[in-house]
Design a protein around this ligand. Structure first.
Ligand SMILES: C[S@@+](CC[C@H](N)C(=O)[O-])C[C@H]1O[C@@H](n2cnc3c(N)ncnc32)[C@H](O)[C@@H]1O
Length: 202
């Protein structure tokens, strides 16, 4: 009989999350435990004109939990970080909002997602956006670079939430702001549930 797991290592969890989101990137038409793509964008009440501005490769693997722009549009010229940018849907919307005077960095650990995002940005001819390999827990962004940090459905997948928020505050300008959509719980999650990888990735 296998010994029950008593500790979940962050690296093990990240590898499982990468597998799940590589699947969302490469087979977006499959069934998942969550909505995806154009249908999800409609459920979350994204502006239809903005949705239609993004090519299918940047839209079909969208897997957010909310709409960070429901807290307000971004302004021209702002520097933006999208933490866990996936296939780039929000990042590409942000790049259009901030215009050529602004800059957007999408930070994403799953290569298959980054590949789709880069392809979509090229298709849109955007020159103010880049997608970099990196972790929310070690943001590859200079101190006090960002006017605004957006993130959609990512922090719930990170074990070290305090560590992530420390990184967000390091990367933000002192007067900067967060526009984050994510999942919160109102009751403490039992330790036994925290060991179940399927509950994290789903
Ligand atoms: C639910 S998806 C959301 C993607 C994107 N924000 C969107 O709205 O479509 C979560 C994404 O976060 C990435 N991710 C999860 N944990 C991460 C971490 N610790 N650092 C960087 N990216 C992470 C996953 O690879 C996945 O692409």
């Amino acid at each position: 009989m296998e010994e029950a797991q008593s500790v979940l290592e962050p690296e093990v969890l990240r590898e499982e999350i990468k597998k799940e989101y590589a699947h969302v990137a490469t087979n977006p038409e499959d069934e998942f435990h969550f909505h995806t793509g154009r249908r999800l964008a409609a459920i979350l009440e994204y502006d239809e004109e903005l949705v239609n501005s993004v090519p299918e490769s940047g839209l079909e693997s969208f897997a957010g939990t909310g709409n960070p722009f429901a807290m307000g549009r971004l302004s021209e010229g702002e520097n933006v970080v999208d933490v866990g940018s996936g296939a780039g849907f929000d990042t590409l919307l942000a790049a259009q909002m901030v215009g050529t005077e602004g800059n957007v960095i999408g930070v994403e650990m799953t290569a298959e997602m980054r590949e789709k995002a880069v392809g979509a940005a090229e298709e849109m001819g955007l020159t103010n956006v880049q997608f970099v390999d990196g972790l929310a827990e070690r943001l590859p962004v200079e101190k006090e670079w960002a006017d605004v940090i957006i993130s959609n459905g990512v922090i719930n997948l990170c074990m070290d939430k305090l560590g992530v928020f420390k990184q967000l505050y390091r990367a933000l300008k002192p007067e900067g702001r967060l526009q984050i959509s994510d999942i919160i719980v109102q009751k403490a999650v039992p330790d036994s549930a925290k060991l179940k990888i399927d509950l994290w990735t789903g």
